[in-house]
Design a protein around this ligand. Structure first.
Ligand code: 5GP
Ligand code: ZN
Length: 112
């Protein structure tokens, strides 16, 4: 499948990986928007959030759990932000679901 994040998960395209297990991979974003900015993706290809099925619910929990564990390990104990962009108006550019984790600077709300 011609998917950038499937290729990163498979090790076919290099990335600065932070963590990997049987279900997920985490790696630093190539264009960081904060001092800490990494992505947590499932190894399973899911195109966007609205493609999730009932069977994927535990997987998304595992992604969120991994995100917070790694955020804390990256020193984000004063807080951090997680973002999942869905489809065009949500600002999604890579169509393999991913949770952004941003930290080590003050975040503001609302985003643009
Ligand atoms: P989206 O806009 O889909 O929510 O986020 C996609 C993210 O993937 C962007 O923050 C972008 O910088 C990141 N990205 C795109 N291509 C690559 C790549 O080849 N390597 C890494 N590490 N990140 C990438
Ligand atoms: Zn994929």
């Amino acid at each position: 499948m011609d998917c950038l994040f499937c290729k990163i998960a498979a090790g076919e395209i290099p990335a600065r990986k932070l963590y990997e297990d049987d279900q997920v991979v985490a790696f630093h974003d190539i264009a960081p928007q904060a001092p800490v900015h990494f992505l947590v993706i499932p190894k399973k290809h899911v195109r966007t959030l609205t493609d999730l099925t009932e069977d994927d619910k535990a997987l998304v929990g595992h992604i969120a759990y991994t995100a917070q564990r790694l955020a804390m390990a990256q020193g984000c104990d004063e807080g951090f932000r997680v973002v999942m962009n869905c489809n065009e108006q949500g600002g999604q550019t890579v169509y393999h679901i991913h949770m952004h984790v941003l930290g080590q600077r003050q975040m503001h709300w609302p985003p643009g």
